[in-house]
Design a protein around this ligand. Structure first.
Ligand SMILES: *Cc1c(COP(=O)(O)O)cnc(C)c1O
Length: 459
């Protein structure tokens, strides 16, 4: 795309619209009170701009909707499966492909087959469902991201990188027999989608090869990661994104994937690998828990939508717009003084609520207070990622989380720049009035995953 103009337009136009029901501040104050100040309890049609997650929220294209009509719902051997298979193999040429209804089903099948109670699994950072699936086998999930990846102010271009020295030490310490595989999550979800460099993928591969440990990629945001490599890594500026993607996966023995992210669909996922013994066991497990091996818990039309989504997500105009729109929100809210995690990742902007609200102690959930205020002020729904989510331990004790953040995740192809300008304006308004925000407390909380169903009030 060669143009003398600096504005990056949405590379699509809109042919089907979903109305947003406008609400007033007074209405929203009542709605959030009725929802016990828990944003997960709100009805989504009471939200103006929904930035709760980028998962499964993408707008599908006219081509995807057209492909849905081509879905063949045969139980076995559907042509929709073979279209899905060739779309996946164009990007990730693994020998065995197992469709699943979403990413965590692929993780569950993989770890049920390969993980044993004495095992330890290294990853740059396990996503929460990945960690839960490792731990449900009695194995231990360990995060070995580079130091800069844990520092919210570091501008390192590849904050998702694996710490190679730590990985070496980890393998020496635990022994190869206790490490069935090593994982790399691209982009690294925690921190808003920080990328992993090709050099780091290669270096991780070398360490794994030296010890005979298979390398699996958690591929959810593979296209966004490839775009960052093209933009930031020496030697890739002229490489087509699709070649970058192929190279990324050429260094791996397998992958897990949620099509709800870079599949540009509302449901779906897969597990793919080159290891025959594992693939046979995984396929049997699939048939037991998800469905036959040519549909894996999906309908034929879902497989068709994924096949088209995988062509669209690697288009460079799409990726340029996608990463620019996240960076746009980050840059503009930072310009008014709002503390954020840096640099902006691929799919989300994280506001540092602890620095935004220094007068609210972590055990009074500054992230929750900020997330609730963004809803009251502008009908924006973000997500607390902090002490309300992580502060409660299995023994019942409570400690401040490592950070108190509010995540604004950007759905793919769903909102326009005007929506994002509105988000910026609302965040700036709340920031100007930040002294008025008060701390919160739980009035009822379940023992685990309390952020989903717990009830809050102001202290
Ligand atoms: C979303 C996600 C998963 C799990 O996928 P689901 O489709 O939500 O089950 C796994 N890993 C990462 C990095 C993710 O972002």
């Amino acid at each position: 795309m060669n143009t003398p103009f600096k504005t990056i337009i949405e590379p699509f136009r809109i042919k089907s619209v979903e109305p947003i029901r406008m609400t007033t501040r007074e209405e929203r104050e009542q709605l959030i009170r009725d929802a016990w100040h828990n944003l997960f309890t709100l009805h989504s049609d009471d939200v103006l701009v929904d930035l709760l997650t980028d998962s499964g929220t993408a707008s599908m294209s006219a081509r995807q909707w057209g492909a849905i009509m081509e879905g063949d719902e045969s139980y076995a051997g559907s042509p929709s499966f073979y279209r899905f298979k060739s779309a996946v193999e164009r990007l990730m040429p693994f020998k065995y492909l197992i469709p699943t209804h979403q990413g965590r089903a692929a993780e569950s099948i993989l770890f049920t087959v390969v993980a044993k109670p004495h095992h330890v699994i290294p990853n740059n950072t396990h996503f929460d469902t990945t960690r839960a699936n490792v731990e449900s086998q009695g194995a231990t999930a360990v995060d070995l991201v580079i130091q800069e990846g844990r520092d919210p102010t570091s501008e390192h271009p590849f904050k998702g990188n694996m710490d190679i020295a730590k990985l070496e030490r980890f393998i020496d310490e635990h022994g190869v027999d206790n490490i069935p595989l090593c994982m790399l999550t691209v982009t690294n979800n925690s921190g808003g989608g920080q990328p992993v460099s090709m050099e780091n993928i290669r270096a991780t591969r070398e360490v794994c090869d030296r010890h005979g440990i298979p390398l699996f990629i958690d591929a959810c945001r593979f296209a966004e990661n490839a775009w960052f490599i093209k933009q930031r890594e020496e030697g890739y500026a002229e490489t087509p994104v699709i070649d970058i993607i192929r190279e990324m996966f050429s260094h791996a023995d397998g992958c897990t994937m949620s099509a709800k992210k870079d599949g540009l669909t509302n449901i779906g996922g897969w597990l793919a690998m080159n290891i025959e013994d594992w693939a046979v066991d995984c396929r049997n497990r699939l048939i037991l828990t998800e469905g036959f091996s040519t549909y894996g818990g999906l309908s034929g039309r879902d497989l068709e939508a994924i096949a088209v989504g995988l062509e669209e997500v690697v288009e460079e105009d799409y990726l340029r717009y996608r990463i620019a729109s996240t960076e746009y929100v980050a840059r503009h809210i930072e310009a008014v003084g709002v503390p954020i995690m840096k640099p902006a990742g691929g799919h989300a902007v994280y506001i540092d609520a602890r620095r935004f609200l220094p007068h609210i102690p972590p055990l009074q959930y500054p992230g929750q207070s900020l997330a609730v205020e963004l809803y009251k002020a502008g009908g924006i729904r973000g997500c607390e990622i902090g002490t309300a989510m992580f502060g409660l331990h299995p023994d019942g004790s409570e400690q401040p989380a490592h950070m108190d953040l509010v995540r604004l995740a950007i759905p793919r192809r769903m909102y326009t720049q005007a929506h994002m300008d509105y988000v910026v304006e609302v965040v700036a308004h709340v920031f100007e009035n930040r002294e008025k925000l008060r701390g919160m407390k739980f009035v009822r909380q379940p023992r685990a995953l309390r952020h989903f169903t717990g009830r809050f009030d102001y202290v």
